[in-house]
Design a protein around this ligand. Structure first.
Ligand code: GLA
Length: 418
């Protein structure tokens, strides 16, 4: 064998190795942005509902508002289109195309527009024959579709599993699409959605191919959906925590704050717990029409900082009582965050604990701050008592930063309803 041949074999093997695992350097922090699905769904008739149909105009407007309303300034970056963006058939050459009526200028032009705002754009596909809503799936088109997305300038792909042919392993589909995305050379976040039925995969291995993994049922615009996702995360928290970290995050699904279902208190809970779980924060709401309180919750920089903490550790539920759940999350530089969530009806409940019971470092003095009220609560030593008052279905969220200063006793604090 000539030296040239040997060199070419070695180089080929190196390239093959490079495209074997998802080492794309992306999603070091949980991705943040807007996702169209829960709020806009399958609205495709623009004659009937021009304001809300899934279209180029809608996505442009959402991108405009991410910037104009200050969401970009606090970290929301991706503008993600979900299902129903495609024409019902591929073009004659087999290439995916956007619906020509609703996206008259095509995806490349829309991507250029979103990029011109300093944002990134996401798209949706399913690895089966069809997407969940019956549009062309990526089965047998994996390499071509990955190339098409890269050519358009897509930055984020959500991959669903609807209509995967019988006998086809879902895990193989994720692997193949991940490799195909890597081979395009374009940095594209790969967000996988594991099907809700059947045995769960080896999540650790799957994270070699996916930056984020949806590991539970769809969020709906309902409090029940939010609480059942919270329960699923709590039930699997050891497994989920151990497999996640920078570049690989569990996905409890979209934020529905500002939609129809959640009250003010319930919205605080979704934001606080998604942040404590180091979840991707993809809000699915109508940015044209958000109540001011919902905007405040979504743009709460102190809570976003907990979500975006560089350690990327998923928080855990450490107390699960009828009237109170406590979740804690270690943060960089020896800090901690904790959420006190009241899952019970009735009246505001008091809960008393100590830094020791919360699992903070023994012997360290902490400055504790409430993150919804933006209030310093004082400094606390290991066995000082901390009492929080939490409204039904609501949450109080604290951050504890170690301090060297002398100890000043903390105070009882009460968070009043609106
Ligand atoms: C599935 C997903 C949703 C959404 C729809 C689109 O149900 O779980 O998040 O993408 O498909 O059809």
């Amino acid at each position: 064998m000539s030296f040239r041949m040997l060199l070419s074999i070695v180089l080929t093997l190196m390239v093959a190795r490079l495209t074997l695992s998802l080492d794309n350097g992306l999603a070091r922090l949980p991705p943040m942005g807007f996702q169209a699905w829960v709020r806009f769904r399958w609205r495709t008739d623009c004659d009937l509902d021009p304001k809300n149909c899934l279209s180029e105009a809608l996505i442009r407007t959402m991108a405009d508002l991410v910037v104009e309303k200050g969401f970009k300034d606090v970290g929301y970056e991706y503008v993600n289109i979900d299902d129903c963006w495609m024409a019902t058939e591929r073009d004659p050459s087999g290439k995916l195309i956007a619906d020509p009526i609703r996206f008259p200028n095509g995806m490349k032009s829309l991507a250029d527009y979103v990029h011109s705002k300093g944002l990134k754009i996401g798209i949706y596909e399913s690895m089966g024959y069809q997407t969940c809503q019956g549009f062309p799936g990526t089965f047998e088109h994996i390499d071509d579709d990955a190339k098409t997305f890269a050519e358009w300038g897509i930055d984020f792909v959500k991959m669903d599993t609807c209509h995967t042919p019988r006998g086809q392993l879902v895990s193989e589909g994720f692997k193949n699409f991940s490799r195909a995305l890597n081979s395009t050379g374009r940095p594209i976040v790969f967000s996988c959605e594991w099907p809700h039925v059947g045995p769960h995969p080896d999540w650790d291995t799957m994270f070699n191919y996916c930056n984020t993994i949806r590991n539970g049922r769809d969020v709906q615009d309902s409090w029940d959906a939010v609480t059942s996702i919270i329960e699923n995360f709590a039930k699997n928290q050891v497994i989920f925590k151990n497999v996640s970290g920078p570049g690989r995050y569990n996905d409890p699904d979209q934020l529905i704050i500002g939609d129809y279902a959640l009250s003010y208190e319930q919205s605080k809970t979704q934001m606080a717990l998604w942040a404590i779980m180091a979840a991707q924060l993809l809000m699915s709401n109508d940015l044209r029409d958000l109540p001011a309180w919902a905007e405040d919750i979504l743009k709460n920089k102190e809570i976003i900082a907990v979500d975006q903490d560089p350690l990327g550790i998923m928080g855990q539920r450490i107390v699960n009582e009828t009237r109170m759940q406590v979740w804690t999350k270690p943060l960089a530089n020896g800090s901690f965050a904790a959420v006190f969530f009241c899952p019970f009806h009735g009246i505001p409940y008091d809960y008393t604990t100590t830094p020791r019971k919360l699992g903070f470092h023994t012997g360290t003095i902490y400055k504790i701050r409430e993150l919804f009220e933006h209030k310093d609560l004082g400094t606390f030593q290991t066995d000082d008592s901390v009492t929080v008052t939490v409204n039904p279905y609501g949450s109080v969220m604290i951050r504890a930063d170690p301090v060297m200063s002398s100890h000043k006793p903390g105070t009882h604090f009460k968070i009043n309803p609106l």
